[in-house]
Design a protein around this ligand. Sequence first.
Ligand code: GLN
Length: 548
Amino acid sequence: MTGSTKYIFVTGGVTSSLGKGIISASLAKLLQARGFTVTIQKLDPYINVDPGTLNPYEHGECFVTEDGAETDLDLGHYERFLDVPTSKANNVTTGRIYQNVINKERRGEYLGKTVQVIPHITDEIKAHIQALGRKGIYDFVITEVGGTVGDIESLPYVEAIRQLRWQKGKDCLTIHLTLLPYLGTTGELKTKPTQHSVKELLSLGVQPDVLVCRTEHPMQKGMKEKIALFCNVDANAVIESRDAETIYDVPLMMQAEGLDQVVLQKLGVMTYPDVDLSAWQDFLRRYKHPTSEVRIGLVGKYVELKDAYKSIKEALEHAGAVNESRLHIKWVHSEKLTAKNVAKHLGGLSGILVAPGFGHRGIEGKIEAIKYARENGIPFLGICLGMQCAVIEYGRNVLGYTDANSTEMNADTTHPVIAMMEEQKAVEDKGGTMRLGAYACKVSEGSTAYAVYKKKDITERHRHRYEFNNAYLDDYKKAGMIATGTNPQTKLVEIVEVKDHPWFVGVQFHPEYRSTVARPHPLFVHFVKAAMQQGATPVKQETEAQQA
Ligand code: GLN
């Protein structure tokens, strides 16, 4: 597109958790499918410098970018939808904004001025919003503001949007996402919370251009016009967003509602190509019309909160779609697994995935799950801590190192088969200090990993402090657990496999962060394929009467 970068802001009203991330990613997908270049960023109003130190119970998974930033899980949606990597610049928190401003103040950059929320904090926010646009590669920068309009903490962000709209005029557009609650007693959707939420935004000086209304039921006739009248928007800019069967339906639903067209017109883009979503539709067709079903166990300690394993779940779903198989994920709590009950919990599963994690809670259960998968020839994928537990399990039960452990769990073990990386030993801060982001890995020919990647040189994203202790490399090799992927510079072990097993792979890195709709990750694809060979059941074809 010729001309300047256009900025689209997405705010939320009425309540949190309305799915701003999915709406932002869906709009971005539609613009991308019309041939535009788009990126999405998330502004998070909390004071943590990044979400890396947040407990997953608080905020779900921490998503890691190629350049090693620990970010909000919405960036995972952006990448899965757009298949374009994000970076440090795509997520910022209030903590980071203040840290930058305070650092500048300490360096004397404000020349003795009183440092204030307006203009210094808002200038820092605006600089961050425009940093991606200044690269000159994006036609559109979509900026999602976390939280709900009216929260004390999001005020500086809304103020920064107000100022940018004033400065940039027609190059800016604001989409406000609200809720239409359904009152069962009267059988009606109510518009009043939306009206109030728009008033709140107006009181901060921002007039939304487009309203996206989340609703469980279809909007009644005349409702769009009513909302339009009360909120100073055009009726065709009131977009209905019904609950979807899958998040991957949302771009098509938004297309049907004309969201992208309204946005383009309001931004003065009058000519544009048709949407080409054929690959996306092909994915959805496979996803929704599987020919078989397969049962996979996901063993972790945060299974009550599925958002803690968001990227893993989505990567499994992508792999299921490629294989035209419906995945039934059994979420297994690692703290509940014991030698006695493991067969009861994991019996009948065709694949077992052991999840990443930190700290000792639940690791003995993970080790039991791995022993069960290894001894019963069930396809196994261990990710990060899951791989480390596979090494501990093999040490204890095959090599006879009865107290084998990671020094993270037991600093005094006589067999520290997993130990802290040298460069980590002097690190005291918790935030942003792990081995983070993409690193190279050399894959051995003839291995399962080679069959998966079909090449020797790969890179994958990391987030860990501990590693396979190379002092044990030969002992493991002799006993049948082989390092089939290592970092070419540091020789750190990246992949382990067990010989004489149908499919047993542990990876120190996080393949889930790289899986997208356009390119499902091959490790997940092959893991699911191996599980299907173990035991997939055909899906009964629906009769025509059932389809009707
Ligand atoms: N706790 C382990 C480490 O720090 C594993 C981390 C993870 O699973 N992401 O090395």
